[in-house]
Structures are given as C-alpha cells and as structure tokens.
Design a binder for this molecule. Structure first.
Ligand code: PMP
Length: 368
C-alpha cells in the first residue's frame, strides 16, 4: 500500500486516519449486526444511535445552546445559498450580503433569485478579494432579514475574526448568517450570537454528502411556509433530520470524524493546531518576500487556507511537481485564482506542514 498522502486539498479533504480505520474495522459488520451501517434502515436502532451521536457531538463540540436546531441536510452548502433566503426573507423583504469571494457571490446571486438581496460591502474593488472589510465599511440595512457572510474564503485565503482583523459583524437587530463551510470547528465560536451557521462537511468535519445547519429556533418558527416541504427548515427540525432518508454513510463518517476531534481536545485544540500550522507557513513566506508572496492583507489571513505565489508560473509548477514527488497533494490554487494554496483543515497533521515548509525552504534555497 502507498504511504498515507500528505493531503492539502481544499475539499473534499483529509480525514483523520482513526476515523477511516474505524470505518474499515466496522465496514462489513457494524456492531455485530452482520451488515454495514450503509445497509441499515435509517429508522432502525443502529443507525439511529449513530445519528444521535453525530448531533450530540456537534452540540458538545460547538457548545450549541438549546434554543438552536442542529440539522444534517443534503444538497451541499450551495443548497443553503438557496434555503437561507427561501426560509428567511419575507415577502417583499430583503437580505444583506457581504461579498468577499466567489462563494459569497454565489450565495448572493441565489438570494437575488428568491427576493431582494443587497450588497452591504464588497472587497472585490481592492484588486481581488485580498481582505475582509472593516466593520465601518458595511452599509447595513437595519430592516434586513439577516446579514450573510462567508466566514472563511476558501479560494482567496481570507477569514473573519482572526487576530487583529475584523470581528464578526454581530448586531442585536439583524441575525448574522455565516457560511462556515471551510472553517466550522477550526476554533471555538459563540453560537448564540449567530442566527444561522451552515457548512458542507467535506473540509473540516467529515466527507462530502452532508451539510451541517445550525439555526436559531425562533428563526425556524418564523420562517416562510409557502415553500415545498423539502426546503423548509421546520420539516427537517421537527423530525430530527430524518424527515426523509438521511445520507447515512456520510453522517456515520461525520460521527467518526467528530469523535476523533473530541478525543484530540475539541475546538480549542483544533485552533491551536490551525494556528501552529498556518503561522509556520506565513512565517516562511514572509521571510523570503522576494520569492514567496501571500497577496492577503495580514489582518485577514486565514488559518485554514494559505494562498501564495512564486516569482513565475513555471516555478509554481516546479514546486508543485516537487511536492507531489514528496507525497504532498492538493497544493494547486483554485483555477480562478492561480498560484498555490495549502488547505490546513482539522485532519491535516502538523508534521505534514513541517514537511511542506521544509520542502519550500529547500526549494527557495536551490533557486536563489
Ligand atoms: N461555501 C464555501 C465557503 C465553500 O468553500 C464551498 C465549496 N468549496 C461552498 C460554499 C460550496 O459547497 P458545496 O460544493 O458543498 O455546495
């Protein structure tokens, strides 16, 4: 068998080895039942225990208050781009969006199909989304149904609420909705300050195929009812996300992944590791500004996705090839952005980043 890859893909992404080994050990015979968890009924006791454990781990690891529903849905984060406005923008109402990258553009354009969607701020003018806006740049509508942000911009390597950066734009009157697809559970958060948090699982907490949605119960209760039932938060909340057949294997892997995160010390420890990993890379990049360049303003630099450029595309291709040779994968930047990107999600081991930093250091040395 090949050595385990040092996987820096942006998502789907690395999963903890223990979560995969547990799945391997249980694959053919789940809990002595003579069948895999995939073959069990989503209404049976064996799957039900897994489902409940995934939900309770999420509640515990994120400190989700009782007045919030935790939903496990299908359709990816993009389905939430549509479900959020479908449920929460009232007839004739409007929602505010902060545009900090490709995914906020996507969220905003879905909302504009459903109702009115204002742009409260955009950092595109800055030459390509190299930061998140300051709070004083937000032009907020006090009547908005909610304010939507993308908490971590996967393509551009920017993040809200990092050291010295812009804090989350909470307000008492307008609920904050955050797409946390690429930074859920990378650090502790105060869920009680958000209206809705949603995240495709496939980066920090599990495989593709399940989306975590955490929504304040009063918003679910006040949501629109003139929607097909499948798109109503209330249908899924009332049945504990078993209104229809749940993506059982994806939720099983979510459970396995969350159990590893809990074993390793939870959100605080994930943050410690993310900071250790990202600061190693930023320190190296900043130490050789004539060779490596991170286009992101320091006060917006993501601890999840580190984007950087080399002096030429040829050198970038050469470094990618050298990394591949050393068992490191997924370092190519998104096709819209170019350059390189190291995604440092929860299951990316600190030692992998040490190996990458070492390789980059040597690469720089041999090209001086
Ligand atoms: N939001 C963010 C921040 C993302 O990074 C992504 C996917 N990379 C999406 C939304 C879209 O997610 P999905 O493919 O699950 O719809």
């Amino acid at each position: 068998m090949a050595d385990r890859a040092k996987n820096f893909y942006a998502g789907p992404a690395a999963l903890p080895l223990e979560a995969l080994q547990r799945a391997q050990a249980e694959l053919l015979d789940f809990a002595g039942t003579g069948m895999s968890i995939m073959e069990h009924s989503h209404r049976g006791p064996h799957y039900d225990a897994v489902h409940k454990e995934a939900l309770s781990l999420l509640r515990e690891l994120l400190g989700v208050p009782d007045d919030y529903d935790v939903l496990l849905l299908q359709g990816g984060a993009r389905q939430q781009f549509a479900m959020v406005p479908m449920n929460l923008v009232p007839e004739g109402g409007s929602a505010d969006y902060v545009i900090t990258g490709n995914w906020s553009v996507g969220a905003h354009s879905e909302a504009a199909i459903v109702g009115r969607a204002r742009v409260a701020a955009t950092t595109l003018e800055d030459g390509g989304f190299t930061r998140v806006p300051r709070l004083d740049e937000l032009d907020r509508d006090p009547e908005a149904a909610y304010l939507h942000i993308t908490s971590n911009n996967t393509l551009y390597g920017t993040q809200w609420a990092v050291d010295g950066g812009t804090p989350y734009p909470f307000s008492d009157d307008v609920p904050l909705v955050a797409d946390m697809t690429s930074d859920l559970l990378c650090r502790p958060i105060d869920v009680s300050r958000f209206g809705v948090i949603y995240a495709g699982a496939q980066k920090n907490v599990g495989p593709a195929g399940v989306t975590v949605v955490i929504v304040r119960k009063s918003l679910v209760a006040g949501a629109r009812t003139d929607l097909p039932e499948v798109f109503r938060y209330a249908s899924h909340a009332a049945k504990d996300s078993l209104w229809n057949t749940a993506p059982t294997f994806a939720i099983y892997m979510l459970r396995n992944t969350l159990a590893v995160i809990a074993d390793r010390g939870g959100a605080e420890e994930m943050e410690r590791r993310a900071r250790a990993k990202s600061s190693m890379l930023y320190a190296l990049i900043d130490a050789h500004p004539e060779f490596f360049r991170c286009p992101v303003e320091p006060s917006s630099r993501s601890i999840m996705n580190v984007v950087f450029r080399l002096p030429s595309e040829a050198l970038e291709a050469e470094l990618l090839a050298a990394a591949k040779e050393a068992g490191m994968f997924g370092l190519k930047g998104h096709r819209k952005v170019g350059g390189l990107r190291a995604s440092l999600y929860n299951a990316v081991e600190v030692e992998w980043v040490e190996a990458l930093v070492d390789l980059m250091e040597k690469f720089h040395h041999s090209h001086k």
